[in-house]
Design a protein around this ligand. Structure first.
Ligand code: NCD
Length: 305
């Protein structure tokens, strides 16, 4: 039985295979519509945002499977004081696979120990978000037809944004990648990830504080939301939340084939005036998330089509 805790639990070859399966699902959805008949997915979301939950649930429904679950800790027995281990042992007895989101870093690792069925980490605190990264890789692949030789700009809350932490870990394994970190001093990309993933492999990166100074170099621009829920102090959030707003004017010097991404939800980071630009990929990115999660569920349940 396999779990997915971190994107690096998958080899580059396995990611390539998942992308190939997702492409096949996009081309031939009918072929997959009964692949998970009589299989049950449980979604345990101890943190409110519902987008990823809807995406995983849609993935399971589109494979012909069923779904149970909750989307807030307050509606689960943890509100009565039940331990995570007990919740997971019970749900592991009902379901064939579990997708879990938790505000505490490492909680899915604990869950995986007790579940008895495969567990997908659907986001743990500011730590990791491997299924978002699969979504991002499929999107970059569909936009560029390659995952190597790219200059990737990451902009916004690089400190608390788990999507960028996972994405850098994944992309650092491809050749010819350069990273550009665009963040204010207080929200800089974590030093430990730079040391572990980039310095140790000699991967080039630079850190800047405005998007204007690097716009023309970028192949991918990945915008992120300032993660309000991880701030200790409301005043800091208010001061930092609108540091970066991507507008059509700022895109003037950008490459014609720039890929603009955002894991969503968007607050103010991208002006809606950018949405009709053919370089805006974020809504296609959200849709890709469902297809790659279908491929992942098939792999984790060891279903072949
Ligand atoms: C992201 C997350 O939850 O980390 N969103 C998502 O998965 N759709 C990004 C975010 O909440 O800003």
């Amino acid at each position: 039985m396999r779990n997915l805790m971190n994107i690096t639990d998958l080899t580059v070859e396995e990611i390539d295979e998942l992308i190939a399966v997702a492409e096949d699902i996009i081309a031939n959805p009918v072929k997959y519509q009964d692949a998970c008949n009589h299989k049950l997915l449980a979604t345990l979301f101890f943190e409110p945002p519902t987008r990823t939950r809807l995406s995983v649930e849609s993935a399971m429904h589109r494979l012909g499977g069923s779904v149970v679950g909750f989307s807030e800790a307050s509606s689960s027995s943890s509100a009565k004081g039940e331990s995570l281990a007990d919740t997971i042992k019970v749900v592991g007895g009902y379901a064939d696979i579990i997708a879990m989101r938790h505000p505490k870093e490492g909680a899915p690792v604990v869950a995986a120990r007790y579940a008895g069925v495969p567990v997908i980490n659907a986001g743990d605190g500011a730590h990791n978000h491997p299924t978002q990264t699969l979504t991002d890789l499929l999107t970059i692949w569909r936009a560029k037809k390659r995952l190597n030789n790219l200059t990737v700009g990451l902009c916004g809350d690089l400190k608390f944004g788990r999507t960028v932490h996972s994405l850098v870990g994944a992309m650092a394994r491809y050749t010819g990648i350069k990273f550009v970190f665009i963040a204010p001093e207080e929200l800089k990309f974590p030093r430990y990830i730079i040391e572990d993933e980039l310095d140790s492999r000699g991967i080039p990166y630079k850190e800047v504080s405005t998007m204007e100074e690097v716009m023309e170099e970028l192949d991918v621009l990945y915008m992120t939301r300032v993660q309000k829920e991880r701030f200790f102090n409301e005043a800091d959030y208010i001061r930092l939340k609108d540091t970066y707003i991507l507008t059509p004017e700022k895109l003037v010097p950008a490459k014609e084939d720039l890929t603009i991404m955002h894991p969503l939800p968007r607050v103010n980071e991208i002006s809606t005036a950018v949405d009709d630009d053919p370089r805006a990929w974020y809504f296609r990115q959200a849709k890709n998330g469902m297809f790659i999660r279908m491929a992942l569920i098939l792999k984790m349940l060891e279903v072949t089509v």
